[in-house]
Design a binder for this molecule. Structure first.
Ligand code: SUG
Length: 445
């Protein structure tokens, strides 16, 4: 069966801000408490979606989440009217208020893990919302993520949306940021590669020493079970704990795959040779040869990969059989990476084009092109069965730009999170958005 990959980009919400909430994510920590520009952030994301849709790539969006999360604030004892809840939280615990206001749902690579129908036992596309339980500010995203996915992929004949795994350290799950699907083509059975940072029930397994490993092996195995994946086509690979300690908080900061190509840094995995061997053998079972595009430390040190987000790129198949690499403009600003990329596209590899975007507002929180999108490979029948109002078109782009211009501020400083007017603005914007997208029950206001 033929299938097409859709990228569901996170539409940046009206309260996009920098709160320094992600220990282990260098950019988030470096930009703590600086002022953000929500309007520019949303427009940068929309420009990327529009450009890729115009090029003929399957492009859709996932809506922002309601902010602040009053349920979280009330559940931990802040009471009274909404304005009183905000005032008390701002006074007693600004950091918890920032968590309730987090911009993080925009990085939809962390919304869920997705297995296309060609891989699952029941022939449906499976989604498991990621519990993101390593960080307070992300640990409550999964409720709305599952709700949004169910609103878009409602037809149970084609789609199954699973609730998040139990929110406990043993099942730390970061979704598609630690999952890659390799295949001959999007419509045929593929190999699902889960990359984990630590193993809960094996104290002897290597683990990072400085920063947290967010994804566990146990979580990856649970998702594979829920999705009905076949053992021979599922591969579990341990991330190199040393690179986690250098700021590689998700595997998609050090590797990206598409079709039969794996573009990765030599230090990405705990056992590089073993990882490639497992992938080669599994891919042989689906009639594909692994195309391993390895970047050496001598060409690009890990620190440069993290600073530029070289691997947090999108690798997209083009109609001519070649691939384009969608990169943030920071890649042009880090000398080793810029030189490497010049050689890559000129050198006859599968990648023959670079498409770069200014995503600075997202990058300042550690979110590059790949963080901003959730990949869903769909057959024609599945694509027709999903909700159409989220598919990016020129018309939707212009409607959303006007909506952003109407509702978004162009400056948000940490102190503004205490402003009760901001909560009202977000609410009004999202109410209108659910009408624009044709999803009236999207939010549980
Ligand atoms: O989880 N940043 C996100 C960035 C997620 C990037 N996603 C992928 N690599 N797929 C995170 O660390 C920062 C929020 C703040 O500090 O305000 C944040 O959550």
């Amino acid at each position: 069966m033929s299938a097409r990959e859709f990228n569901f980009d996170g539409l940046v919400g009206p309260s996009h801000n920098y709160a320094g909430l992600s220990f282990g994510n260098v950019a988030s920590f470096s930009n703590v408490k600086s002022a953000s520009n929500p309007k520019l952030a949303a427009l940068q994301g929309l420009a990327k979606m529009r450009a890729l849709a115009a090029r003929g790539f399957g492009q859709a969006l996932l809506p922002p989440q309601d902010r602040p999360n009053f349920r979280l604030l009330r559940s931990i004892g802040f009471s009274g009217t909404d304005a009183e809840v905000l005032a008390k939280a701002a006074k007693e615990s600004p950091v918890i208020l920032a968590c309730a206001y987090s911009a993080s749902p925009m990085w939809t690579a962390n919304a869920a893990t997705v297995s296309p129908s060609a891989d699952s036992a029941d022939g449906r596309t499976h989604f498991t919302a990621a519990n993101l339980n390593n960080k307070l500010h992300r640990a409550f995203e999964h409720t709305q993520s599952a709700r949004s996915l169910r609103a878009i992929f409602k037809d149970e004949k084609h789609f199954a949306v699973h609730d998040a795994l139990p929110g406990t350290p043993a099942f730390g799950d970061e979704g598609a940021a630690n999952h890659t699907r390799l295949c001959k083509d999007h419509g045929s059975s593929g190999v699902e590669m889960f990359v984990y940072g630590r193993t809960e029930f094996d104290a002897s397994a290597p683990a990072p020493k400085k920063y947290p490993a967010r994804q566990t092996l146990e979580a990856s195995q649970a998702v594979a079970r829920l999705h009905g994946l076949s053992a021979g086509r599922t591969v579990y690979i341990q991330q190199n704990p040393d690179v986690i300690d250098q700021g590689v908080f998700h595997n998609d900061v050090i590797a990206v795959g598409n079709a039969n190509a794996l573009f990765y840094h030599e230090q990405a995995f705990a056992d590089e040779a073993g990882a490639l061997d497992q992938l080669r053998r599994a891919l042989a079972g689906v009639g594909a040869d692994l195309n391993a595009i390895r970047v050496d430390t001598a060409r690009v040190p890990v620190a440069d990969a993290v600073a530029s987000y070289l691997f947090n790129s999108q690798l997209l198949s083009k109609a001519d059989g070649k691939m384009a690499l969608v990169i943030p403009q920071e890649c042009q600003e880090v000398a080793s990476v810029a030189a490497y990329l010049d050689g890559l596209v000129a050198g006859g590899s599968a990648i023959d084009e670079l498409i770069h975007f200014d995503l600075r507002q997202s990058m300042r929180n550690g979110g590059g092109p790949a963080c901003l999108r959730l990949r869903v490979a769909l057959t024609d029948a599945e694509a027709a069965a999903m909700h159409q109002g989220v598919v990016m078109t020129e018309a939707l782009y212009h409607t959303l730009v006007a909506w952003v211009e109407k509702h978004y501020r162009d400056r948000l400083a940490p102190a503004d999170l205490a402003d009760p007017q901001l909560a009202i603005e977000v609410h009004n914007a999202l109410e209108e958005l659910s009408r624009i997208l044709g999803l009236p029950g999207l939010y549980d206001f």
